[in-house]
Design a binder for this molecule. Structure first.
Ligand code: GDP
Length: 264
C-alpha cells in the first residue's frame, strides 16, 4: 500500500508554551469553514488493524471517533469528509472490529490522522468479543501517544450509556493533561429546539470539561463547526494569517454531491 509520508507540520509550536491553545483561539482567528471543509475532504484511507500494536506510529495529531453502534458515527465521518462511503468501509465484514485510520492533509502531506473505532454495545456481538473489544479500545484511548482529541458520538434520545460513561472515566486523566474532547449529539433533526437545549445542558454537566455540540448529518447542522474544531485541534499553532474577514461558508456549496439520506 502506498502510504503517504508522515511529516510533522513545518511550524510545530506544540512544545512552545507561548503558543495559544487551539480551544483558546479567539473567535476572530477561527479558520474559514470552507477551508476547514476542504481540509476534511482530503481524508483518505490509511490502514486498518485489529490490534493496537499493529497500528503504525503516527507523528501528527490523531483524532479518534468513538461511540455506541448506531450512534451515527459512520454517517458523521462521511458527512464531515464529504465522502459517501469512507467510513462505511469500516463496516465491511472483517473490519468491524478493527481500528481504521484515515489520513488528512493537502498536497499529499499528512498533517492529521482520523481513527474510526468500532461501535460498541452491538447486541449481536458475543460477550467475549465485546469484552475483547472494550479492552482494545480502552488500551487505545489510554496509551495511544499520538491521540490528540476524541469525538464521542451519542444519540441524544438515548443519552450517555454505561459504556460511554466508562469511556469518559478512562479518559479523564488524559483530558486533564490536555487531550481534547467533544461529545457530539447526533441526529439533532429528531429533536425540537427545546429538546436540543435541554439535552445539551444535561450532557454538558456529565461531559467532564469536554465540549458538547449538536450535529445532524441530515440537516447539515454543526458540520462546519465540527470541521473547524478538528482543524484547530490538529493545528494548535493556528492560522498564519487570521481569516477574520472570511465570509461564512455556504454549507451546501461546501458539500457537493452529498446525498446520504439518513433515515433512522
Ligand atoms: P454507526 O453505527 O454509529 O456508524 O451509525 P450510522 O452512521 O450507520 O447511522 C445509524 C443510523 O442512524 C442510520 O440509519 C443512519 O441513516 C441514521 N443517521 C445517522 N445520522 C443521522 C442524522 O443526522 N439524522 C437522522 N435522522 N438519522 C441519522
Amino acid at each position: 500500500m502506498g502510504e503517504p509520508t508522515m511529516r510533522p507540520r513545518e511550524t510545530d509550536h506544540t512544545m512552545n508554551p507561548a503558543a495559544p491553545a487551539a480551544d483558546a483561539a479567539p473567535t476572530s482567528s477561527l479558520i474559514d469553514p470552507k477551508l476547514a471543509m476542504g481540509w476534511m475532504h482530503t481524508t483518505r484511507f490509511l490502514t486498518t488493524a485489529a490490534q493496537l500494536h499493529h497500528l503504525p506510529k503516527v507523528d501528527v495529531p490523531e483524532i479518534a471517533f468513538v461511540g455506541r453502534s448506531n450512534a451515527g458515527k459512520s454517517t458523521c465521518i462521511n458527512t464531515l469528509t464529504q465522502q459517501k462511503q469512507l467510513a462505511f468501509a469500516s463496516k465491511k465484514p472483517g473490519r468491524t472490529q478493527h481500528i481504521n485510520l484515515f489520513s488528512l492533509g493537502k498536497q499529499g502531506v499528512t498533517d492529521a490522522v482520523l481513527a474510526d473505532l468500532p461501535g460498541y454495545g452491538y447486541a449481536a456481538v458475543s460477550r467475549t468479543d465485546k469484552q475483547r473489544w472494550q479492552r482494545v479500545m480502552l488500551n487505545y484511548l489510554v496509551s495511544r501517544e499520538s491521540l490528540t482529541g476524541i469525538v464521542l458520538l451519542c444519540d441524544p434520545r438515548l443519552g450517555l450509556t454505561e459504556l460511554d460513561e466508562a469511556l469518559l472515566d478512562a479518559l479523564r486523566p488524559r483530558v486533564q493533561e490536555g487531550l481534547k474532547f467533544l461529545v457530539l449529539l447526533t441526529k439533532a433533526d429528531k429533536l425540537t429546539r427545546a429538546e436540543q437545549a435541554k439535552v445539551l445542558s444535561i450532557t454538558r454537566l456529565n461531559a467532564g470539561g469536554g465540549e458538547v455540540r449538536m450535529f445532524s448529518a441530515l440537516k447539515k447542522q454543526g458540520v462546519d463547526e465540527v470541521a473547524q474544531l478538528l482543524w484547530h485541534w490538529s493545528h494548535p499553532e493556528g492560522l498564519a494569517q487570521p481569516a477574520a474577514a472570511a465570509p461564512q461558508a455556504d454549507v451546501a456549496a461546501a458539500t457537493p454531491g452529498e446525498s446520504d439520506s439518513p433515515q433512522d
